[in-house]
Design a protein around this ligand. Structure first.
Ligand SMILES: [Zn+2]
Ligand SMILES: [Zn+2]
Length: 512
């Protein structure tokens, strides 16, 4: 209300007169800081991107950003002739019901709990027993997936945590999932070494695909040779801890991240009739991924990792619907819904032999991932646009390779940089010794001293995984373990012919 206008009430009685006395000024829309800018009625409780929102409007805002990422990959691909704008409008309505199931990845963090909550409250996932078709004219909402599986991967064995808190965490997540009619599946990080995992999940035991491999981390070419998985008596947990102990501490989070990816892939292909895998990676986590992946030389396949959807090697489509919500917003959603969360990851402590940090916060082993996470969290306090600036920049990245001509790295299962070894040889300050060149030497043909088939793993790895498995120069020779066993999926990937890997990558990217 400007000073020239008549006050409310007065206007109704003598409005014309008031207008005649003083010419009406152009009304300036003022944003009341205390009022929600969407409904303009309720008191604002949250300020998101410098706009105030009341609680219901805030939830609606997050939910609309959630569906904007979730819906488009669930629609059939649009014909190439239609324009992009037309495309995006067409794919924003609720997708049709499909006869498959969905796998939801849950870490217990705010991102995945908020995603799970919005999925179950939105009525997207059925209980597997719905036969009735929803009547949309009566306002009923049709489900998208017949049944939902929620998978949680427990890393406490790898972190040697064992404080007892993990079991309680698993229990509250199990209750949360089962109360809403979905199936809870708990896995452990060491299951990556368990040949019966797929069978346990209800799939077919992959006898001819997975192959136990032992790797010699001391040689520059990283030679691997097949071993019988029954030949060793050590448990999967022992194998995981040996592997983690024999790589430098900053490499351990990368290995754990590869294990998580692989276990989710195995669960997606072994559980019955899964068509989609949903992960709740918030924009805050993506921002830290952009920086840490670039710093550790994982930039080649980074655009694929940041995409809101991608097709996995097993044909399942992975969707990240939380891409546009920050960790803080996800935490608010959980707070409003009174859901517990557990944001502690602790991958920096993996391996167990880390020395404590001193009082200045220095010392101890820190990974690039851990440092980046701390850096972004600290900078975001003083500069609230940090996360959105980084993710906007990351969103502009384009995958540089040819989609149908890339090989997959056997460790991270992402397309690999074509010349990782030569690049590393050029940039390294120290000599790597006998560096094999990938073109000159066929990695499949060499044999070990004992006459058994031996393969150099180094030429097959991407730049970042090559760095992950290269032992630290400070590591004493006698301390470094000689040969250690690799997780089972690596063997399967190495065994798979190069041609087969190339054909798998063909439909890696989906149309956005
Ligand atoms: Zn409102
Ligand atoms: Zn890799």
């Amino acid at each position: 209300m400007s000073c020239g206008d008549a006050a409310d009430g007065v206007d109704g009685v003598d409005g014309k007169k008031a207008e005649a006395v003083m010419p009406k000024k152009r009304t300036v829309r003022r944003i009341e800081k205390g009022t929600c800018q969407r409904c303009r009625e309720s008191k604002a409780k949250f300020i998101i991107r410098s706009a105030p929102y009341c609680t219901p409007c805030f939830e609606l805002n997050v939910f609309s950003r959630f569906t904007r990422q979730l819906y488009p990959p669930l629609h059939p691909p649009q014909p190439a002739s239609s324009t992009k704008k037309h495309n995006s409008n067409n794919t924003l309505y609720r997708p049709a019901r499909r006869s498959s199931n969905v796998l939801i990845a849950m870490s217990g963090g705010a991102g995945s709990i908020a995603m799970y909550d919005m999925l179950s409250r939105g009525g997207y996932v059925g209980t597997g027993e719905e036969t009735k078709v929803a009547d949309i004219t009566k306002g009923e909402k049709e489900i998208i997936w017949e049944k939902g599986y929620v998978v949680y991967v427990d890393f406490s064995g790898a972190l040697r945590a064992g404080t007892g808190g993990e079991e309680a965490d698993v229990e509250w997540m199990r209750r949360l999932v089962e109360d809403r009619g979905m199936v809870f599946v708990a896995l452990r990080a060491e299951d990556a070494f368990d040949p019966s995992l797929a069978e346990r999940l209800g799939g077919v035991r992959a006898t001819n695909e997975d192959q136990a491999l032992a790797i010699d981390l001391r040689a520059a070419g990283l030679p691997v040779h097949p071993i019988a998985s029954t030949s060793t008596t050590s448990s999967p947990l022992d194998k995981l801890q040996t592997l983690l102990a024999s790589v430098p501490p900053p490499s351990r989070p990368s290995i754990l991240s590869c294990i998580l990816t692989s276990l989710l892939n195995t669960a997606a292909s072994s559980l019955p009739n899964i068509s989609h895998l949903l992960v709740g990676e918030t924009s805050t986590r993506q921002a830290s991924r952009v920086i840490s992946a670039t710093a550790s030389g994982r930039g080649w396949a980074l655009p694929l990792e940041l995409a809101s959807s991608m097709s996995l090697p097993n044909g399942v489509v992975k969707i990240n619907p939380m891409k546009e919500a920050s960790l803080k917003e996800a935490a608010y959603v959980c707070r409003i819904q009174r859901l517990a969360t557990r944001n502690f990851r602790g991958w920096g402590k993996a391996g167990g032999d880390e020395k404590g940090r001193d009082s200045r916060g220095k010392g101890g082993a820190m990974s690039i991932e851990g440092l980046t996470e701390q850096f972004i969290a600290a900078l975001d306090v003083t500069h609230p646009a940090t996360v959105s600036t980084i993710t906007r920049t990351g969103g502009k990245l384009v995958f540089p390779g040819q989609q149908d001509q890339e090989e997959l790295c056997p460790l991270c299962q992402l397309p690999k940089d074509p010349s990782a070894l030569e690049w590393k040889a050029r940039t390294a300050l120290t000599s790597l010794g006998k560096t094999p060149k990938s073109e000159e030497r066929d990695p499949m043909s060499s044999t070990g001293a004992g006459g058994e088939a031996q393969i150099d793993l180094a030429p097959l790895l991407c730049y970042a995984c090559l760095t992950t498995l290269t032992p630290s120069i400070h590591a004493k020779k006698e301390q470094a373990e000689g040969t250690v066993e690799l997780p089972l999926w690596v063997g399967g990937r190495v065994k798979m012919g190069r041609e087969e890997m190339k054909s798998e990558i063909r439909d890696f990217l989906l149309e956005e």
